[in-house]
Design a protein. Structure first.
Length: 87
């Protein structure tokens, strides 16, 4: 829950603003650290891990091709041009 404060003057507003800014800075640093941790590629020293990574990426690419093919077959008529009739 949010805490409520009584605002009596501009100094109270400035203090609250500073508190919120500090909180936002902490949250931003935490999120950027988590994002960096998720997106950093970890080096693999083991050949087995390298091979399993290659196989995993290959399976994902094959699955993507199958999904695109299925979607194109089902909804491909939306993207085809209509032929003009000559009168």
């Amino acid at each position: 829950m949010t805490k409520t404060t009584i605002v009596r003057n501009l100094e109270d507003i400035q203090l609250r603003k500073d508190e919120l800014q500090a909180s936002l800075t902490q949250s931003r640093e935490k999120v950027s650290g988590l994002w960096r941790e998720l997106t950093t590629v970890k080096p693999t020293n083991d050949k087995g891990e390298m091979v399993s990574g290659i196989i995993s990426k290959g399976i994902m690419a094959f699955d993507m091709v199958l999904v695109i093919t299925k979607l194109y077959r089902r909804y491909g008529t939306l993207f085809k041009r209509k032929k003009k009739r000559l009168l």
